[in-house]
Design a protein around this ligand. Structure first.
Ligand code: PSU
Ligand code: MN
Length: 303
């Protein structure tokens, strides 16, 4: 039984040391509404192809972890009701011939296993607010502690506990570098209340960090915090107002535990009249573009 399947395109790009970027499927299945999600999945791949980079969208379909999807696979992750799959779900999906959309954690794990070094997402999962009582912390963080892949994200949403998320990444010895900034971005906004120790100025400098990381024998992931371009960012006052309203509604309606984040994210799209969704798409495109450049810089060293 095949458990891990690389598309021909991805396998040949890796064999020739050409640039490849991994893309996750949870953002498509669960993070974006239909039918925009299918357009987005195709567009992210097209952005990479236009740069001469091979896209490797990752998902588990009928028990097989696919690294690189064909048109039908992309359609399935956008249109089917797939389970959200983190790393711990992978063996269960495989053994039961089931399907799942992979989170950052599961995508990073499978991509690294396939030999891919660069991955683009929207926002990382992190430590949830109230985690000191609920223990709700994304396996994205613990997976990056043990998975050698560079993840380009626009930081984490301020619906999470950003301070605790950054502390956790420090504990796990995961390097976090800002691209052109030492201000940690918060997804829809270029900024948050938190700063980083290190900025890098170019995709080549990220490749320098990756090379040094390898030379030192480090096997963690690397987080590249890539703020959305200023002209595309959400207005801070509207962002703050919408988030405050969404949190107040969750509180008033007694939403608890795992239901909190989906509730907040749904309300944020509604309360912003779809504006937050446009910003979400723009920051994801920007991350895919930057990841393509990092993969290109990385591949140039191997050549
Ligand atoms: N953050 C976002 N959008 C998303 C996710 C996170 O802004 O769609 C998804 C990613 O797939 C991430 C996952 O890996 O949620 C984290 O979920 P959990 O907290 O259940 O690990
Ligand atoms: Mn959780």
């Amino acid at each position: 039984m095949t458990i891990l399947h690389l598309s021909d395109e991805v396998a040949s790009a890796l064999a020739d040391a050409r640039p490849v970027v991994a893309l996750e499927s949870t953002i498509i299945s669960h993070g974006l509404p239909r039918p925009r999600n299918l357009e987005a999945a195709r567009e992210f791949e097209a952005i990479l192809r236009d740069q001469g980079v091979t896209p490797a969208t990752i998902a588990v379909l009928d028990g097989v972890a696919h690294v690189g999807l064909d048109d039908e696979g992309v359609r399935r992750i956008a249109e089917e009701d797939l389970a959200k799959a983190s790393v711990r779900d992978l063996p269960i999906l495989a053994a039961r011939a089931a399907s799942g959309a992979t989170t950052v954690a599961a995508t990073a794990h499978l991509a690294a296993k396939a030999g891919i070094r660069v991955f683009a997402t929207g926002g990382l999962g992190g430590v949830h607010r109230g985690a000191s009582e609920t223990f709700d912390e994304s396996a994205d963080l613990s997976t990056l502690a043990v998975t050698p892949i560079t993840v380009v994200s626009a930081g984490v949403k301020s619906v999470l506990d950003i301070a605790a998320t950054l502390e956790r990444l420090e504990t796990y010895s995961v390097p976090v570098v800002g691209l052109g900034t030492t201000i940690f971005p918060s997804f829809w906004l270029r900024e948050s209340d938190f700063t980083l120790d290190w900025a890098v100025d170019s995709p080549e400098q990220v490749a320098d960090v990756m090379a040094a990381h390898d030379a030192l024998g480090h096997t963690q992931g690397i987080v590249v915090a890539n703020p959305i371009p200023a002209e595309k960012a959400w207005q801070r006052d509207e962002h703050d107002r919408v988030l405050a309203t969404a949190f107040a509604e969750a509180e008033a309606q007694g939403i608890r535990g795992k239901a909190v984040t989906p509730f907040l994210l749904g309300r944020i799209v509604e309360l912003s009249d779809g504006r937050s969704l446009e910003v979400n798409l723009d920051l994801a495109r920007n991350n895919v573009t930057v990841a393509g450049r990092i993969a290109t810089a990385w591949a140039a060293r191997a050549a």
